[in-house]
Structure formats: C-alpha cells, structure tokens
Design a protein around this ligand. Sequence first.
Ligand code: HEM
Length: 335
Amino acid sequence: MTHATIRRSSSGCALLGAALLLAAIPAARAQDASSTAEQTIAAMTRIFGDHPGKRSNHAKGVVVEGSFTPSKDAATLSKASVFSGAAVPVTVRFSDATGLPQIPDGAPEANPHGLSIKFKPADGAEMDVVTNSLKFFPVATGEDFRDLLVAITRSGPDAPKPTPVEQFMAAHPAAPKALATARTPSSFGRQVYNGVNAFVLVDAAGKRNPFRYRIVPVDGEEILSADEAKAKGPNYLVEEMPARLAKAPVAFRVEAQIAQPGDATKDSTIPWPEDRRFVDLGTLTLTRAVPDSETAEKALLFMPNNLPDGVEVSDDPLIDARVQAYAISFGRRSQ
Ligand code: HEM
C-alpha cells in the first residue's frame, strides 16, 4: 500500500478510510472464528494485512520513558501506590491507528493516535493506562466493534450502495460522530488523549469514584490542517518525539473526569458533560526515547485491566472486549 493510495482516501479516520483502501475482498470469513475477540482480530487482519511481529491495531509507534509525579488530590481519591506521592517510573508508547506498520503519520487513517502508559512503582503494583485521541468511542460493545470491522471488510469498491459500512454508520449514529473527533497533531506531545472507558478510583476508606482519564499536553494541543498534515513526511510523528526529547522533556497533565450519579459508565459512546469536575491526578514527564524502540515495543503489552489496588474496572463492557483482543494480538505478534 503506497503513501499516495492512503492520501487519496477522503475519510477522516482509520476505519472509514480503511474501507476505501480495500481492494475487492472475498466475502469475509471473520464470523467463522469462535469468539468475538478472535473475529475482531481476524477482521483487522483482513483489512490491514498480516504483519508478523506487529500489533493487529496501532501497529506503528514509538517507545519513550520518564516519570509520573502524582498530585496531592490523587492520594485522596485512590489508595493506589502510583498515586501515593513518590514519583513513579513510566514507559510510554505513542502510536498511529491501524494495523499498518508503515502508515504515514499524517494520513487521516493514522487517527486516532494512541498514548499508552505503564506505571512501574517500586512496590511492583503496576498500572497500565491506554488512551487515544478520540473524544468518545464509535461503539459501546465489542460485538458492535467486530460488526463495524466486518462491515468494512465487505465494503470494497464493488460493494453495492449503501455499503455495509454505510449501513452500520446509519444504524449507529455515535460512530460517525466519534470518528469525526479525530485530529492530526503537530507532535505526539501536542495532542489531548482520552481514556474513553470509565474506571473507578477507590480511596483508603473504600469510597468509589467512577472516572475517565483525560491526558492534556502542558504545552497545549496543536492540530494541523488537512493540507499541513499532507505535507508532512511519513514518519514525522515517530521521529519528532525522540528529537524533541533530546532537547527538553515533554509533559502532560493526567486528569480524572469524575462521574456524577446517573452518568453512563457502561457506554463509551456517550461523553460526560464538560462541566463534570476534572481532578489533576499528576504530571507525566517524558525525558528520553528508548535506544531501540522496535525491540522495546515487541516486549510491551498494555492491558486496560492491569490495575493496582485502588483503581478498578467499571461495568463498561468494552474493557473486557479490549483485554481479550489485546491478548490475542499479543499472542500472535509474539510468535
Ligand atoms: C472493542 C474495542 C477495541 C478493540 C477490539 C481494540 C483492539 C486493539 C488491539 C487488538 C490492539 C493491539 C494490542 C497489542 O497487540 O498489544 C490495540 C491497541 C491499542 N488500542 Fe485498542 N481496541 C479497542 C478499543 C480501544 C480504545 C477504547 C482505546 C483508547 C481509548 C484504544 C487504544 C489503543 C491503543 C493506544 C493501542 C496501542 C497499545 C500499545 O501501544 O501497545 N483501543 N487495540
């Protein structure tokens, strides 16, 4: 797949774009696999191709390191050691969407970008936070995500109108709205990332606060126009981050948007109102690129349910759908 082919796609997101990228594809056999997660990975492989050793989604990325310094408020909301006061070492991977390891960073299909953080406190109570640059998610369940991917596999250039993916979008109005929130930044360090799924902070007295992560660049968000993104080199994001870190640290504020009673925790297609309280949980300060990012990312696995005592999953069904799909992808790319 060439850079030019990707550029010709007119859609604003990976999944819609992927539909346009498809050559004539034989009827999908994704449904033949046994679990929803396996069907999901099979559909991803059909759309993006098989790239041994690479992630089924977010295949292209760059690994960096630094630390997280919790705020005072963090410890009042959660008893987790990552929020207890001492700075915690972190490993972070920034990524482009799609299972295409060579996707140009400025292509619309490279949206949403990802930010994954592995917190590594001295007591071993690790935590993974896996976020992306969509404001909310296109679908609420793993089954719907699978169905969207399968619809894409059936929407090649010869598919009759309305294509399966057009029908999916019409039946799931949150999906096109969510995908329209994707934006191309000037740097991985100049984009806001969202946790999308709800998790629960649990304090020392057992009080539970459902929340969603928002990770905000201290230098502010800087979004490119379509023309500016098009003019960028194919690796401008993955190359810029190590170059930026060689000059100065890159910092993000890690925030928790706290739910109020009645806010939907099990539907990631519904953003909570902006007036919900955002609590500053601390500052993520990235200081260096790893020497060999490609080797480092192979060994890394970020799991949304890898949580310490003091942070729990909510009733959001997407979390388990993700965990199952990530495990299958990790198994495949580790072979
Ligand atoms: C049912 C919904 C979803 C499915 C099936 C799915 C599937 C996947 C898969 C298979 C991978 C590759 C995992 C690996 O090999 O390590 C992946 C990576 C990733 N996903 Fe998802 N995903 C879903 C939802 C989300 C959501 C809601 C977010 C963010 C809010 C997200 C952000 C990411 C990121 C950032 C990565 C790259 C992780 C890394 O750097 O290693 N995904 N996803």
